[in-house]
Design a protein around this ligand. Sequence first.
Ligand code: BYC
Length: 328
Amino acid sequence: MYGNAYIDPNERPDFLKDEDPIKLAEFEARINAGEKIEPQDWMPKMYRKQLIRMIEQHAHSEIIGALPEGTWITRAPGFRRKLALMAKVQDEVGHAQLLYSAAETLGKPREEMINDLITGKSKYSNVFNYPALTWADSAVIAWLIDAGAIVNQLANSKGSYGPYCRALERICYEESFHLKYGHDNVVHLATGTPKQRQMVQDALTRWWPPIMHFFGPSDKISVHSEILMGWKVKMASNDEMRQTFLDMYVPKIWDLDLVLPDPNLKKNAETNLWEYTEPDWEEFKRVINGDGPCNAERLAVRRMAEEKGRWVRKAIMGQGASYVRPFA
Ligand code: BYC
C-alpha cells in the first residue's frame, strides 16, 4: 500500500526511490494526521504529478461539461427555465476556473492545460461525450450527473491537498443547487403528459450506462486509486462512490416510477451492496480515449472558443500574456 513511507529505499516503490526518506516520512505523517498540504510545502514528485492529472481532468470536465446542457439554453421551455439553465452553465464554467487555479498552484501553466485539452492529450469526463438529444437529457444531466459529482466531490473535499479541497467545497454548494434544479425538471416531466414521461424515460435509458461509467473503472481495474487513496487525494474508491450514488438515487428514481435499463440492478440485503450488470468497460475506454459520439464536436467547440477569444485575452493582458486569471 502506498501512502506509508519506507525509510529503507529497497522497500519503497520505484516512483519513491529518489525521494528524501525523512521528508517523505514527515509528509505522510502530516497526511495521516489529517493536515492539509499547501502549495509551498514539500511533496513527492508523484503526489504533484497525480494531483495535476486529476485536478486538470476535473477542470476540463467542467468546461466541456457546460456544452451538452449549454446547447439547450436557446431552446429551454420557458423564460424561467432558460434563466436557471444559463446560471447553471455559467456556474460550471466558473468551477473550471476554480479548478484550473488549483492545478496552477502545482506548477502547470493554464496555457499548457488548455493546450493539452484541445489537442486531445488530456482526458475529461466520459459523460460529456454523449449528446443531449432532448430537453429531458438536460434535466437528467443536471439531476444525476450533478448528483454523482457531489458524491465524488463531497468525499474528496476532505482530502489532503488544500487548494483542491477548498475549490471542491465551494463547487459542492453550487452543485447542490444544480441538483435541485435538475430534480425539479425531471419530476416535472415524469409527472407530466405521457409524451413528457416517455421523453424523460428515454433520456434516463440513454444516460444510465455513461452515469455508471462516471465513477471510473471498477476497483479491480482502476490504475490510480491505490496511490491516490494512500495519499488521501481520493477519499473513497470508484466502486465505493458508485455504491453511495446508487444508494442515494436509485430509490428516488424508482419513486418516480421510472425504469432503469439494468435487469440485474438490486440491493443485496446480506451484503448491503448494490448488484448490477458489469458496465461495458470497453465502451468506456473508447469514449475516454477520443472515440465517443461527441468527442470531436466538443473539442472543436473548445478550439473555436480558444481561437475566437485570443484577441480578448490579448486586449486585457497585453500582447505577451494569453490568459486571464481571475482567482490568482
Ligand atoms: N471519465 O485509475 P482510475 C461535473 C480515466 S464535472 C474520463 O480509476 P482515478 C459537471 C482516468 O483518468 C465533474 N476518464 O483513475 C460539469 C485514468 O486515465 P489516465 C467531473 C476517466 O483518477 C458540467 C483511467 O481512466 N468529476 O460534474 O483514480 C455539468 C483509469 O482510471 C473516468 C471529476 O472529474 C471518467 N469518468 O479515478 C454537469 C472528478 N474515470 O489519466 C456536471 C475528479 C476514470 O491514466 N476525478 N478515467 O489516462 C476523480 O475523482 C477521479 O479522477 C476519477 C477516476 C474517479 C474520475
